[in-house]
Design a protein around this ligand. Sequence first.
Ligand SMILES: Cc1cc2nc3c(=O)[nH]c(=O)nc-3n(C[C@H](O)[C@H](O)[C@H](O)COP(=O)(O)OP(=O)(O)OC[C@H]3O[C@@H](n4cnc5c(N)ncnc54)[C@H](O)[C@@H]3O)c2cc1C
Length: 417
Amino acid sequence: MAGHTHIVGAGLAGLSAAINLLKAGRDVSLYEASGHAGGRCRSYHDATLDHRIDNGNHLVLSGNRAVMGYLKEIGASDSLTGPTAPEFPFYDLESAEQWTVALDAGFLPRAMLSKGGRVPGARRLDYLKAFHLAFAGKEATVAQCLGPDNALYRRFWEPLAVAVLNTDGDEAAASLLWPVIFETMGRGGSACRPLTAKVGLSESFVDPALAVLKDRGAEVSFNNRLRKLTIDSNRVTALTLGQDTVNLGEGDSIILAVPPSAAAELVPGLGAPDDFRAIVNGHFRLAQKTEGFSFLGLIGGVAQWLFVRGDIVSVTVSAADDLVEQPTEVIAGRLWADVAKALNLGVAPMPTWRIVKEKRATFAQTPSQVGRRPPARTALNNLFLAGDWTDTGLPATIEGTLRSGVMASDADLENLN
Ligand SMILES: Cc1cc2nc3c(=O)[nH]c(=O)nc-3n(C[C@H](O)[C@H](O)[C@H](O)COP(=O)(O)OP(=O)(O)OC[C@H]3O[C@@H](n4cnc5c(N)ncnc54)[C@H](O)[C@@H]3O)c2cc1C
């Protein structure tokens, strides 16, 4: 296949595009501004904890078909782990109530048929509200469709929506939650198993992809920031990377897989999401190790999800724009209080900790920001966009990100044919 695709940004969107293009026999170069691949989804050694950690806890679901396809393509299908059953355990930090949302027979049937299968306080009819999402208008929020004054909303839908959309339910776009429900719960329990990386995010999603790129002859360069696109009539004709200029030939193209603010600076007139939400993760190193991996949804505190892997307990707070402004010591203390309560540790002193603040974890997934997502194709013939902020129809998650890479690279390939 004549020509070359230059991919800018080695987050999961750029990696996904590269893998798809290499599979189709296209020559690929990948340029990354930082010293590592993975972007917002990666692992690194933390000196304070003396442990390898992920930048943030990431959960996917067994029904995420782009995730499963990508992992298969890079030879990492067996790198995820999770509970054998599609179950989501919850704990109320105020009332100490516990419950599990079990999705083994699909979401609605089991929960509606037996009282024991329902979230405490939830009525049968509350479950039917899920279908409001299917008919939600573009401007509708999750709270307008599913809540806000019922136990099912407070104890399941709201925590789920905040985790998936990284946006509070009263402003989160309902239109983005429905495809997730449809593609997972709509397909029954086998599509709803929560999964996480067995070892770390990089070991699952990044390192095996880089190995495939190397194996198939792709050029990958780090510390190589794209500074400028030279545009002539309706094509990009050159890239300025650091001090170097790469001239583009007839059959050459570019996939810009950078965050929206970087893309908007590089592409004149590009409309893109410009409002963001934070995620805060707290990691605590315990004295003893536990086998395997477990997680727990938390209600009524600051921490929202708790993950235990080996001797590290990690907690996540999404839509954390207020919390992220607090000093890390204060955040650590507040999160540890929730961890100690949830794990019944009594007044255990706070162990070694690390707080990771991601101020721009994702774009704010509100109806107005969703309306700003651009498609993969641009007004320029040989320029395509990828990233969790582009218009995939899905939330800004790993699944949406990987699909964005496939959509941009498919558009590139279509153009060549
Ligand atoms: C804390 C946290 C928790 C999350 N939890 C989950 C979860 O549980 N489940 C889930 O599915 N998703 C989760 N996500 C979302 C998921 O991580 C993102 O959707 C995904 O990683 C976005 O990938 P991307 O490739 O679009 O962007 P990025 O990862 O941001 O990649 C863009 C890359 O472009 C590079 N770049 C920028 N400018 C330039 C330039 N000019 N030249 C060259 N390179 C450049 C950047 O350095 C970066 O490497 C979470 C995100 C965060 C931050």
